[in-house]
Design a protein around this ligand. Structure first.
Ligand code: DQA
Length: 143
């Protein structure tokens, strides 16, 4: 089983950006934890990050026929991007949406998520552990 973990805009700034909200650990640590967990549960994982919406769409499109599941934290594109939603619908790969913070208890504009319309599960407010839970959920669903 192969899972693609996609991180969107500003997630490369983890550890630096608003540490009170997003924590002190950086993106590299996140990737390390995801890879260690993948090993533990016996799945293959690829992690990608981009600040460009179009590149994120391309990552989703290229996952077709290559990955059994997608874990995605689109960052702020969560709240704006119909393009990411359309791409997920196009490839029809089981997807879990992850947010480090509890987006529903933050600003009004963060309560909208286009990706949610497609994702079979949404994990919010659990920090890095949310990504691991998302991987478990994909493994459980697609076995
Ligand atoms: C985020 C929440 C978004 O609202 C924000 O724009 C991010 C990170 C999260 O992981 O909590 O960049 O997706």
């Amino acid at each position: 089983m192969k899972i693609l973990v996609i991180n969107g805009v500003n997630l490369n700034m983890l550890g630096v950006r608003e540490p009170d909200l997003y924590g002190k650990k950086d993106y590299k640590s996140l990737v390390r934890e995801i890879k260690a967990h993948a090993k533990e549960i016996g799945v293959k994982v690829t992690c990608v990050q981009s600040n460009c919406e179009g590149r994120l769409v391309t990552y989703i499109q290229r996952a077709l026929g290559r990955y059994d599941g997608i874990v995605i934290n689109p960052g702020a594109y969560t709240h704006t991007s119909v393009a990411l939603l359309d791409a997920l619908k196009a490839v029809s790969i089981p997807t879990v949406e992850v947010h480090l913070t509890d987006v529903d208890s933050r600003e009004e504009y963060r309560k909208i998520s286009y990706v949610s319309e497609y994702a079979f599960l949404r994990v919010t407010g659990k920090g890095f552990a949310g990504y691991l839970e998302a991987m478990d959920a994909i493994k459980e669903r697609t076995k």
